[in-house]
Design a protein around this ligand. Structure first.
Ligand code: C2E
Ligand code: CA
Ligand code: CA
Length: 412
């Protein structure tokens, strides 16, 4: 049971009437530690402070200056660790879409409320909530300092995990994505959302990416020598693309190790791609000229225009996991999934669906002709040593569970 008065709730709405109404409802429910903000900017000042900021935000989607969706993007940038409830006068469909966008950013969402807000609905939402950050203070998400990360990179505590990318039509494993983890001597395995932002903010991202890339290329070579033809993808931060450093580094390294650049894929996140301008685009184009494969990651969460996509010669488009899992049953997700797939087709890119979590997701990909699948339905990220064994098991599953026949039979 959580102590309601200890839970910090922030209410963000541009209408002062709504602020008063919501704070009254909350206080009647026993939530007395409530901060009211009438603009996104004022609310952002409350996030990530020394006291840890709010545990829950009630967010109005329609605000004049900074709307709710933009606010969510700032929350991600500030590594907000609390939960969210969306509030809006818009129709159900818009609220649902907004909810998916928030989920894509991995912020826990309790649900959405229609205006006018009814006390019983808000109360019911709050009943379902066990505030994670209040129940388990700090232990869950520790904040690390730049010095600690620096030492970790130097001591080689960063380890690459690899998650398979599988061709949907044939069931074949055609590549892997490298996902870095920090094997912390005390805290155990630390996930990248806890240190990539720090590396970017403190000027260490070049060193981090170089370490990850070096291990990945070496591994790619080892797999080739073991007759495993796998393309290896590495995540690249936009900050890596602001100077020629990274370009020169990767070009020289693949040459030295003896791996063809077209066997290495560089994944760049869509949301950050379109904020920055010339320098990164030029460097991406030059990487492409050097025959590296380029992939646009988390597609659907940013706002790239068709023109921008056409300008940068991407080889691959990854549909964000927020639009894949459950797209077989949810029509809003399905619309985003279909649109992304057909856009990629028109621009001649290979399509990867991320977040394939179960058989239903897999079957949708199969039916719609998506090229590649990635997600826990196949496998979670694993250590390189575990991959050959996993591939054997997967091939057996493809046969036993008839993963590539199912749809042909259905259409016949
Ligand atoms: P991403 O590039 O979108 O990577 C996919 C994330 O989804 C991974 O989280 C992966 O473990 C997770 N995932 C895999 N299968 C499923 C599934 O079926 N369902 C769901 N819901 N999630 C799944 P992870 O490893 O925690 O990485 C988080 C993010 O950190 C990555 O997102 C990537 O943006 C970033 N990252 C990881 N490694 C690096 C790196 O070496 N350099 C940089 N710059 N960023 C990295
Ligand atoms: Ca990625
Ligand atoms: Ca992604």
């Amino acid at each position: 049971m959580i102590e309601r008065s200890a839970v910090k709730i922030l209410v963000l709405d541009d209408e002062s009437f709504m602020l008063k109404l919501l704070s009254r409802i909350l206080s009647n429910l026993g939530f007395t530690s409530v901060i009211l903000c009438d603009s996104g900017r004022a609310a952002l000042d409350q996030i990530g402070g020394a006291d840890g900021g709010p545990n829950l935000i009630l967010l109005d989607l329609n605000m004049p200056e900074m709307d709710g969706i933009e606010f969510v993007r700032h929350l991600v940038g500030r590594h907000y660790t609390g939960s969210l409830i969306l509030v809006s006068g818009e129709d159900e469909r818009i609220l649902q879409t907004a909810e998916k966008l928030v989920q894509a950013h991995k912020i826990p969402i309790l649900g959405h409320l229609h205006k006018p807000v009814k006390p019983e609905t808000l109360s019911a939402l709050l009943e379902t909530w066990t505030s994670p950050s209040v129940d388990r203070p700090r232990a869950a998400k520790k904040i690390y300092g730049a010095d600690e990360l620096r030492a970790a990179i130097d001591r080689g505590e960063l380890v690459n995990y690899y998650q398979p990318k599988v061709a949907v039509a044939s069931g074949e494993v055609v590549g892997v994505e490298t996902l870095v983890r920090w094997r912390h001597p005390v805290d155990g395995v630390v996930f990248p959302d806890q240190f990539i932002g720090l590396a970017e903010a403190s000027g260490m991202i070049d060193d981090l990416t170089q370490a990850v890339f070096t291990e990945a290329v070496t591994q790619a070579k080892a797999w080739q020598q073991a007759r495993l033809a796998l393309r290896v993808a590495v995540n690249v931060s936009m900050d890596n693309l602001s100077s020629l450093n990274f370009l020169n580094f990767v070009a020289e390294l693949v040459e030295k190790v003896g791996v063809a650049p077209q066997d290495m894929t560089l994944e760049v996140t869509e949301s950050r791609l379109m904020q920055d301008t010339r320098a990164p685009l030029e460097i991406l184009t030059r990487l492409r000229l050097k025959r590296f494969r380029l992939s646009i990651d988390d597609f659907g969460t940013g706002h790239s225009s068709l023109a921008q996509l056409r300008d940068i010669p991407f080889d691959e488009l990854k549909i964000d996991q927020g639009f894949v899992h459950h797209a077989w049953t949810d029509e809003t997700l399905r619309a985003m999934y279909d649109a992304s797939l057909s856009l990629a087709r028109q621009l001649g890119m290979e399509v990867v669906a991320e977040g394939v979590e179960d058989r239903n997701d897999w079957d949708l990909l199969h039916r719609t002709g998506c090229d590649l699948a990635q997600g826990v339905f196949m496998s979670r990220p694993m250590l390189a040593a575990d991959l050959p064994g996993w591939i054997e098991g997967w091939r057996e599953r493809v046969r036993n569970e008839r993963l590539i026949q199912a749809n042909n039979e259905m259409t016949q």
